[in-house]
Design a protein around this ligand. Structure first.
Ligand code: FAD
Ligand code: SF4
Length: 482
């Protein structure tokens, strides 16, 4: 145990976010540095529970009390060793994870939970700064060739595990740069891409080959793919939900994943101006989730005149309700960094129609308040109104993986929800084809994608070699604590 009285004497403290007016002028991450002495005290709040529920909350089974204690003792090198033991990419989860470990932390029953995520990012940042994150190439090669389709967190985790296990791994990505949603979906202000690039450097040095601009099923026939000894499908859940209401065809209405990638290219210097720039416009984001929040933060940085985010559900409570007891991940009112930067959030509203101008561009939304009646959202009579908007962004989630092309050409079986079906070893209906991440699970989180990649790699390695040595943090059917 770190500090036996830490949880009694120290209150939870997080690093400050940079001032809003300053951070809106750039794309950099929003948090200021956190003094090591403060971080140690935060790690010292960990009670080293006999039954650490934080482990249960984390799909990776991160060894949280161990690295809290090591951080408290300033044994950073041991801390990163224990952190890497279960997580290939703590810099992704340390910046981006909604931290189900923290909502499961035992201290959270009657106090604020341990700042686990802050400890995690500090350990990996220190390790990179000190040069402790070095390539770990395999000591012997198996002679087996593996193709991973898709370079998001699940594909990268599977590729790193399999490369280190001695297989020759190539990652195929249809975008022109590697990284999946980490590269072109998630904005720079949530995770700077330099974090991704330095991890890719490590993977290249270990022997993983990356081929960008290869759309498998289009640029590469699936027959060629099946020539590999094993294949991991890690193509994500890219089939977005649309809003087919009157006026949807008007110009100025885009999907979040049409809007965010060019914005990220501007932030990285690949593009001068986004074709969907929000400068001077009234922006309405439909969808109250995290993708919507990314659109809010991006619109503000582009200089939008106003930003409004719409959510059909009622405003959630400020604290846990009885419906979401500890240790579940509760539905509560959260203020992300993007929300802190401005804009308005409207709850319990539905969009009935998009209204256009004489040039065929969207000029407003017709909104109505709704109430939940027997599980259905019913309009409240007399509450219809117009909300001005020259740019509308749809952020209403994803329906599953894209079916045409890769999946239809392969002919893999799908499950009842339209995701790629797999057995307990993450193997699809085809003999040498496995699936990991959102493509098999449906839209999820980075921490789940990394866990999926690790478990699928274990399945592939066992299939190729007959041994059973790689970790399997999750089964395909595992779900968050509910
Ligand atoms: C805007 C946005 C923000 C998000 N923010 C967060 C967050 O803050 N925290 C969090 O935990 N989760 C977040 N998520 C969810 C998280 O990003 C995903 O759950 C995660 O990236 C899934 O990883 P994956 O490897 O399964 O797929 P992806 O990251 O989607 O990667 C799949 C890759 O496969 C490629 N691909 C698909 N088909 C082919 C093909 N035929 N040939 C070649 N390549 C192909 C795609 O181009 C893509 O690059 C966010 C999601 C979105 C959309
Ligand atoms: S549940 Fe919280 S207090 Fe207990 S071991 Fe995990 S981080 Fe520490």
């Amino acid at each position: 145990m770190a500090d036996p009285k830490g949880f009694l004497t120290t209150t939870r403290e997080e690093p400050k976010r940079r001032p809003v007016d300053l951070r809106l002028m750039d794309w950099r991450e929003v948090y200021e540095d956190f003094a090591t002495t403060k971080l140690q005290k935060q790690a010292g709040r960990c009670m080293d529970c006999g039954i650490p529920f934080c482990h249960q909350g984390c799909p990776l089974g991160n060894l949280i009390p161990e690295w809290n204690t090591l951080t408290w003792r300033e044994d950073w090198q041991q801390a990163i060793e224990r952190l890497h033991a279960t997580n290939n990419f703590p810099e992704f989860t340390g910046t981006l994870c909604p931290a189900p470990c923290e909502t499961a932390c035992v201290l959270g029953i009657n106090d604020d939970p341990v700042t686990i995520k802050r400890v995690e990012i500090s350990i990996i940042d220190r390790a990179f700064d000190e040069g402790w994150v070095t390539p770990q190439p395999p000591t012997a090669l198996t002679g087996k060739k593996v193709a991973v389709v898709g370079s998001g967190p699940s594909g990268l985790a599977a590729a790193q595990q399999l490369t280190r296990a001695g297989h020759s791994v190539v990652v195929l990505e249809r975008a022109d740069k590697i990284g999946g949603l980490l590269r072109y979906g998630i904005p720079e202000f949530k995770m700077e891409k330099s974090r991704l690039d330095r991890r890719l450097d490590q993977m290249r040095a270990e022997g993983t080959e990356f081929r960008a601009s290869v759309n498998v099923g289009v640029d590469m026939p699936v027959a060629e793919l099946l020539g590999y000894d094993a294949v991991v499908l890690a193509g994500g859940a890219t089939d977005w939900r649309d809003l087919p209401i009157p006026g949807r065809e008007l110009a100025g209405i885009h999907q979040a994943m049409e809007f965010l990638p060019p914005a990220n290219r501007v932030a990285s210097g690949e593009l001068d101006v986004s074709p969907f720039d929000a400068k001077g416009l009234d922006v309405v984001v439909i969808g109250g989730g995290d993708t919507g929040a990314d659109c809010v933060g991006t619109s503000h940085r582009q200089g939008a005149r106003s930003v409004t985010q719409l959510e059909i559900m009622p405003k959630p409570p400020e604290t846990r309700s009885d419906a979401h007891p500890w240790p579940t991940y509760p539905m509560i009112y959260r203020v992300s960094s993007a929300h802190e930067e401005g804009g308005e959030r409207l709850y319990a509203v539905n969009t009935q129609e998009f209204l256009g101008d004489s040039d065929g561009r969207v000029r407003a939304l017709k909104l109505v308040e709704v109430r939940n009646e027997g599980g259905k959202f019913v309009p409240v009579p007399g509450t219809e109104r117009e909300l001005p908007a020259q740019l509308v962004l749809l952020a209403m989630g994803f329906l599953g993986p894209q079916k045409e092309g890769l999946l239809s050409d392969l002919g893999v079986e799908l499950d009842a929800r339209g995701n790629v079906a797999r057995d307990k070893a993450f193997k699809t209906s085809l003999d040498n084809v496995f699936v990991a991440g959102d493509m098999g699970r449906g839209q999820s989180l980075i921490v789940w994608a990394i866990a999926e990649g690790r478990s699928a790699a274990a399945g592939v390695d066992a299939y190729l070699t007959g041994r059973d040595v790689l970790p399997r943090p999750i089964a395909p059917t595992d779900r968050p604590i509910a």
